[in-house]
Design a protein around this ligand. Structure first.
Ligand code: TYD
Ligand code: MG
Length: 454
């Protein structure tokens, strides 16, 4: 009897028995590919027929002290990892092509090697000479990192077995090729097999592994999502090509807080750490202008000030434009609707553009009030009072909801020379950070107070 074929969606990893033009699970088009089985023979022969070996069990309680994390000395990287690299852990670093992943990991590898870890850097994309040239440009040639240019997984595993490194960087997982899997490098089956082999090798050989992965246009790590489940820590390296800022963001971390960010600046001599990101994101700010509002946000464990810029202009289109960069388009629509329904301020017939300065992405609902302020300020052509920060969540009723960590937000604002803050009433009373506070209960009060109209 012919074995049933199996198909997988390359975007979301969903498995089906039939080919289809569109994936039922995620709705993506032309992403379903056929999967070749790992081994021939009916499944009943592979499992069940032969008895396995009983696994050794342990208690939850343990006397062992946890092995110390290794800090690279690059503080921005260490913080995103949750305070340094955990031994035998697997880390996936995703990002768009050309964003600087190889640069980041070569610098990271060099720092970990200098901190005493035996480190191996395997490049499947560049020749050794190219990596050496880059290392020279980054002044890293003195770091005791061993280099290999190889894509064959079998050869890499044998090398790892002989060399016994404590850290190996695989750049990139999409170029790795397992010769026991019958599909092209970069395919779902290959990426999954390579990631599985490398992470399980790492777990039983006291070795940490860092996998580099390319990200698709939709922002997913190309290949199956299962790779994200196999690793302990998933980091995204993001930024706008036109800006020099790069942000390393942890979206999953089994050993530390997720949503932590590290900020770097891409320079001619590689990535530099940015220790005061608020100052950097506000550095291009000029005189107070209509449509510009500074938001005091929290990224991971750190406060971060960013500037929202809005432009509202009469539209010649029957359906006016709503363009957002760095924030959620759905949330913008919600705020426009609340402004219209609760405060009677219509945006019909007006094009609306919203941008977060510096190529930063903000996902906190606490930015709602800053967005509303930027939209109103642009629409009325009135600048907000100078040196003011804004934060607060807006509910559909038009009420302002208090947000967490107000005290940290105010402290950071004061540190950067701001003197006033607009925020919701309620919440935990804390230190004001020495700022002049304007606290409001709903959006109508905010409109009246700041723009003198209801
Ligand atoms: P790279 O690390 O190769 O990106 P990825 O591995 O994510 O594809 O970095 C590519 C870009 O970084 C390239 O356009 C040049 C720039 N770059 C610098 O600006 N300065 C540097 O010191 C280096 C090494 C790269
Ligand atoms: Mg690269």
């Amino acid at each position: 009897m012919a074995r049933p074929k199996s198909f997988t969606c390359t975007a979301c990893g969903a498995a089906t028995t039939k080919w289809a033009g569109q994936c039922d699970a995620c709705g993506a088009w032309n992403t379903i590919v056929e999967e070749k089985p790992l081994s021939a023979g009916p499944p009943s022969k592979a499992l069940g027929a032969r008895r396995g070996r009983a696994v050794a069990l342990t208690d939850l309680a343990t006397q062992e002290v946890p092995p110390p994390r290794t800090r690279s000395g690059l503080d921005e990287l260490d913080r995103v990892l949750g305070g340094g690299l955990v031994p035998s852990s697997a880390v996936l670093v995703g990002g768009d092509p050309g964003i600087g992943k190889s640069t980041l990991l070569l610098q990271g590898a060099a720092h970990f090697a200098r901190a005493g870890l035996k480190t191996l850097y395997v490049s499947g994309e560049e020749a050794s000479a190219q990596v050496r040239m880059r290392a020279q440009r980054l002044s890293l040639t003195d770091a005791p990192v061993k280099l290999a240019a190889e894509t064959n997984l079998r050869n890499i595993l044998t090398t790892l077995e002989e060399e016994k490194p404590q850290l190996v960087v695989i750049d990139s997982i999409q170029t790795m090729w397992a010769d026991n899997v019958e599909s092209a490098p970069g395919s779902v089956a290959q990426v999954r097999a390579a990631a599985h082999e490398l992470t399980s090798f790492a777990k039983c050989h006291d070795m940490s592994v860092v996998l580099v992965g390319h990200v698709t246009k939709e922002g997913q790590i190309a290949g199956p999502r299962v790779v994200e489940h196999m690793v302990d820590c998933v980091l995204y390296f993001e930024g706008e090509r036109g800006h020099q800022f790069r942000i390393l963001r942890s979206v999953k971390n089994r050993f530390g807080p997720a949503d932590e960010i590290g900020v770097f600046e891409m320079t001619g001599a590689g990535l530099l750490e940015v220790t005061n990101p608020s100052a950097l994101f506000l550095s291009e700010r000029g005189e107070p202008a209509p449509g510009s509002v500074v938001f005091s946000g929290i990224e991971g464990t750190r406060p971060l000030l960013v500037e929202f810029q809005a432009l509202v202009a009469p539209s010649s289109l029957s359906q006016p434009r709503r363009t957002v960069v760095g924030w959620d388009g759905g949330r913008l629509a919600m705020i426009l609707a609340v402004l219209e329904a609760r405060c009677g301020i219509p945006f019909a017939g007006l094009d609306v553009y919203l941008n977060v300065a510096g190529g930063m992405k903000v996902s906190e609902p606490a930015a709602d009030l800053a967005v509303a302020a930027a939209l109103l300020s642009a629409r009325e052509d009135v600048a907000l009072p100078a040196e003011t920060v804004v934060f607060g969540e807006i509910s559909l009723s038009g009420a302002l909801r208090p947000v967490g960590q107000s005290e940290n937000r105010l402290k950071e604002a004061q540190k950067l020379g701001f003197t006033k803050a607009i925020m919701p009433v309620g919440g935990k009373p804390g230190g004001t950070g020495g700022l002049e506070l304007t606290r409001m209960g709903d959006l109508t009060a905010f409109v009246g107070e700041v723009f003198g109209a209801g």
